[in-house]
Design a protein around this ligand. Structure first.
Ligand code: GLA
Length: 401
């Protein structure tokens, strides 16, 4: 369940009151206040496949960031974060340099939208959230998409959801400096209530995949370990995948990404010593993970819960051993989950290095999972976990105020 305190804090009325308090001279009658929202996401499977032109299966979730704001005639953007009372401000005509702080995600989005010729306007706003930040649930992509919607001078002329997702990704790549793929921004922008989203990261074709939510609930376990080293370790992994592609393309010119690499070619590469061991491990993860996404879709369609459990387990162990992005805390959470009767499937979700796991859990076993985590996780890891069910939610956009 959502924490009621958090939920109340992002109710439109509460956000409007905060805006009036923090921007007293600008926040006149409530009719002038607009509210945009952007959800977080979990990824069911397909990890580190997005920038390899593969498949991903994320879902937007019912934890979100909201911005209540008043558009202004000037070019100044002022945002107050309600969770930590920080204030960020910048001028749309003179964007500041990157600082390594959260505001970079807003500035990067403004930068990418401006570069694409999208007309923007200034605003005074407050940011409220019931989405844990820095927990691997794409709070940064949620800020990007919420800011994108808030900055649009003419919301009726807004680029479509996929176009906004791509612009937000461009901001993150080009301004923030993380060479992330499209998955997070896509899920946050295009989310659908009740469904996961299968995205082909090469063609950008996607479709919704209805989940058997009567049989399994989606449960997030937040390890309480803030994600570490994400930017640099992430970029290193991406470069290793690019190295694999460059070498494999030397053997088969049809290869443009790891998406094109078959299991057979990988075996040949391994036998021939074409790739240094660490690069071979990264490539092996990606090639098999793509296959697992396809198999997960089939298992979901067939209602084969046993297969889902095996696929999630294989994905987690590949992320731990081959892609090396898990952590002892995430491994402990997955270990506790799979030992709990009624937990169908468990794996880390997102970039890793801390963050969250995603679990498919029979409805009557959700409390058992919570109890199992509460009784042994902290003593095993020194961290305090949070366990909360989520449901797939609609993507970012304006709320009726
Ligand atoms: C982060 C990135 C995504 C994706 C995942 C790993 O969330 O932002 O693009 O690469 O890691 O699957």
């Amino acid at each position: 369940m959502r924490s009621p305190a958090l939920t109340d804090a992002i109710e439109p009325q509460a956000l409007r009151a905060q805006l009036e308090r923090l921007e007293p001279e600008i926040a006149t009658g409530s009719g002038a206040v607009r509210i945009v929202r952007a959800p977080g996401r979990v990824n069911l499977i397909g990890e580190y496949t997005d920038f390899n032109q593969g498949y991903v299966l994320p879902a937007a979730i019912d934890r979100e960031i909201r911005i209540a704001f008043i558009p202004t005639g000037d070019r100044r953007v002022v945002l107050h974060r309600l969770d930590n009372s920080e204030r960020g401000a910048f001028d749309l005509d003179q964007l500041p340099q990157r600082t390594g702080e959260w505001l970079d995600y807003a500035v990067g989005t403004a930068w990418a939208l401006s570069q694409a010729g999208v007309e923007l306007r200034g605003l005074r706003g407050v940011i409220g959230s019931d989405l844990p930040t820095g927990a691997g649930l794409s709070s940064s992509a949620a800020i990007e998409l919420a800011v994108a919607h808030a900055l649009l001078a003419d919301p009726l002329e807004a680029p479509d959801a996929m176009a906004l997702a791509r612009l937000a990704q461009r901001g993150e790549n080009g301004f923030v400096g993380v060479q992330s793929g499209l998955m997070d921004q896509f899920a946050v922008a295009c989310g659908q209530a009740g469904a996961a989203l299968l995205l082909d990261c090469r063609s950008l074709d996607w479709r919704s995949v209805v989940l058997p939510l009567d049989q399994v609930r989606l449960v997030v376990c937040d390890s309480g370990q803030a994600r570490q080293l994400t930017g640099s370790a992430y970029n290193v992994r991406r470069a290793q995948c690019d190295t694999a592609v460059a070498i494999l393309a030397g053997h088969d010119p049809a290869i443009r990404s790891l998406r094109d690499v078959s299991a057979e070619l990988l075996d040949e590469a391994a036998a021939g010593g074409w790739l240094e061991p660490v690069v071979l491990k990264r490539a092996t993860h990606v090639v098999r993970e793509n296959q697992r996404v396809i198999e997960t879709i089939a298992a979901l369609e067939a209602g084969d819960l046993l297969a889902l459990g095996e696929l999630f387990a294989a994905s987690h162990s590949s992320l731990r051993n081959l892609f090396e992005v898990s952590s002892p805390a995430l491994d402990a959470l997955v270990g506790i989950a799979v030992a709990t009767p009624g937990v169908v499937a468990a794996r880390m979700t997102g970039a890793g290095f801390g963050g969250c796991t995603i679990n498919l859990v029979r409805p009557d076993a959700v409390e058992d999972l919570r109890a199992a985590v509460e009784s042994s996780y902290a003593s095993r890891t020194g961290f305090v976990a949070r366990v909360f069910p989520v449901v797939p939610a609609a993507g970012a956009g304006p709320m009726s105020a």
